[in-house]
Ligand binder design. Structure first.
Ligand code: SAH
Length: 498
């Protein structure tokens, strides 16, 4: 079971850079044990012009069977034998994808400490998989890889070379070529699409497979025309996981389509002159609303004494950055559904160049706030800054439950626009919201009613703080609620009664 990756190069850009990127030195043959057998990495050729890395997986059929136990498969009369006599040792398949991610994990993530500039650079690549089980045939192979920028050569493999009249097997020989992709993109395409073509996963599919799929699919899966087929096959047709993945992909797509808008509104708000001038009539420099909001959040976090903080819907990481500068915060976790926002955030924070002590304090994770997530449990405080209004109203209870019911931080800060204030924004036509992606904007009364209900239901107390100039008639531009945990959560029965 194997595949080769070949890079071509020039004296300025030697092909042997591939060795740096893969973190595997071309001079050594290396072996790694994985849960299904031994993976070998060898370089059949390594020159300035051409460098080939071969990944070969020696499958341990017995280990495979052991791991497969309890899967509820089998039952057919020859199942016991089929477990041992199958195509796994020969065909490139989902197991190769597992090996790929185990052996080349840094390269997949686009990390290269020795040469940090390399991973972002596209390089001329050729990937060959001599025997790929391809359910759906050559046409599907093309439909999957071509939209991603690959030139695809795919040939059917005869069932038996000596007896062409027997027809083709379900295997193809696949060659992919591109000069436009980075190695990380290439590996992530293979990691997802090899098992999709194999369509027979040989390990448990659990909900963290959705996370793996979204991570590997960053930058290409949200827009792929065969997204449904890829998702459903990758997740072994588990419908609930597939539905979750498709929903999250849709959120990613929306959020990313929306990123530019996020920046626009922040800039627009930063330029809004009336924040303080209208109130004081003075010529002093305006402190933008975004900055005032951050200051209000920091003050509330200080007052709560929190040291471990979640920034839920962290966007491009401005608050995470401010929290990092403050040594009172030991652990800061930014969560967002948008990979693109997280990429911008990690650049802003210079995560890849951060010293060990700093980087131990901060983590960015991709996830949707509409799903409970055990990674978010046990924190002192969570911030939802300008996030709730990005969810459709019918999705809000899911977020409420995930944050207040499941994660249950001691303090929760929620900020959201006060729609009453909109008449004060000169540039905002009457009846319009501040941002194209806001699903709703609430009055002070509506926000209070929501917050009080959430607090009661989940055992929190709640207080309200205006952010920005609090005008007698219309109130402040931003409203903030500070929730503080009081009791254990209500039982389902009590909740019904409440
Ligand atoms: N908190 C930041 C960004 C606010 S913009 C700030 O105050 O500036 C709203 C952010 O919420 C976006 O980054 C968007 O991607 C994210 N978001 C929207 N719906 C989400 C969901 N269901 N789960 C996680 N993040 C979500």
């Amino acid at each position: 079971m194997f595949l080769t990756i070949t890079a071509t190069g020039t004296p300025e850009r030697p092909a042997t850079d591939l060795g740096f990127l893969l973190h595997k030195h071309p001079d050594n043959a290396q072996a790694f044990s994985t849960s299904y057998g031994t993976a070998h990495v060898i370089y059949p050729e390594a020159s300035v012009e051409r460098c080939t890395a071969a990944l070969l997986l020696e499958v341990d059929a017995v280990a495979l069977v052991r791991r497969g136990k309890g899967k509820g498969r089998g039952g057919a009369p020859d199942a016991a034998l089929a477990q041992y006599v199958n195509d796994r040792p020969y065909a490139a398949s989902s197991l190769l994808a597992v090996a790929l991610s185990a052996v080349f994990s840094s390269a997949m993530k686009g990390q290269c400490n020795a040469r940090p500039e390399l991973p972002a650079r596209p390089l001329p690549l050729r990937v060959e998989v001599p025997a790929l089980p391809a359910r759906g045939g050559a046409d599907l192979v093309r439909e999957l890889f071509e939209p991603l920028g690959w030139t695809v050569t795919v040939e059917a493999v005869a069932l038996d070379a000596e007896f062409p009249e027997w027809g083709d097997s379900r295997y193809v020989r696949l060659v992919l070529e591109s000069a436009r992709l980075t190695l990380s993109e290439a590996l992530r395409h293979l990691y997802v699409l090899l098992p999709v073509l194999d369509d027979a996963k040989h390990y448990w599919v659990s909900s963290d497979e959705v996370d793996k799929l979204l991570r590997a699919g960053e930058g290409w899966l949200p827009d792929h025309q065969e997204q449904k087929l890829i998702t459903s096959r990758y997740l072994s047709r588990r419908w609930s996981l597939t539905r979750e993945a498709l929903e999250r992909l849709e959120l990613v797509r929306l959020a990313e389509a929306d990123d530019s808008a996020v920046e626009e509104i922040d800039n627009a708000v930063a330029e809004e002159p009336e924040d303080t001038e209208a109130v004081d009539g003075a010529q002093e420099r305006t402190v933008s609303l975004a900055v005032q909001r951050r200051d209000a959040i920091l003050a509330a976090l200080h007052a709560s004494g929190a040291a471990r903080v979640l920034d839920l819907g962290c966007g491009q990481g401005q608050l995470v950055q401010a929290l990092l500068k403050d040594t009172r915060f030991d652990e800061i976790v930014g969560v967002d559904v948008s990979m693109r926002a997280l990429t911008v955030a990690s650049r802003r924070l210079k995560l890849d160049r951060m010293g060990e002590r700093q980087s131990a304090r901060v983590k960015l994770i991709q996830g949707s706030l509409a799903y409970t997530d055990k990674r978010l449990k046990g924190y002192d405080a969570a911030v939802l800054s300008e996030v709730i209004e990005h969810l459709d109203v019918p999705r809000l209870p899911a977020l409420e439950y995930a944050v207040f019911g499941s994660a249950r931080p001691k303090t929760v800060l929620v900020t959201t626009p006060n729609v009453e204030y909109n008449v004060r924004w000169e540039t905002l036509p009457a009846g319009h919201s501040r941002h194209g992606d806001h699903r709703f904007e609430w009055t002070r009364e509506e926000f209070r009613a929501w917050a009080v209900r959430v607090a009661q239901r989940h055992g929190y107390g709640v207080e309200f703080t205006p952010v920005g100039p609090d005008e007698p008639e219309v109130g402040p531009p931003t409203q903030m609620a500070t929730f503080t945990i009081t009791t254990a959560a209500l039982t389902a029965k009590e909740e019904k009664a409440a």
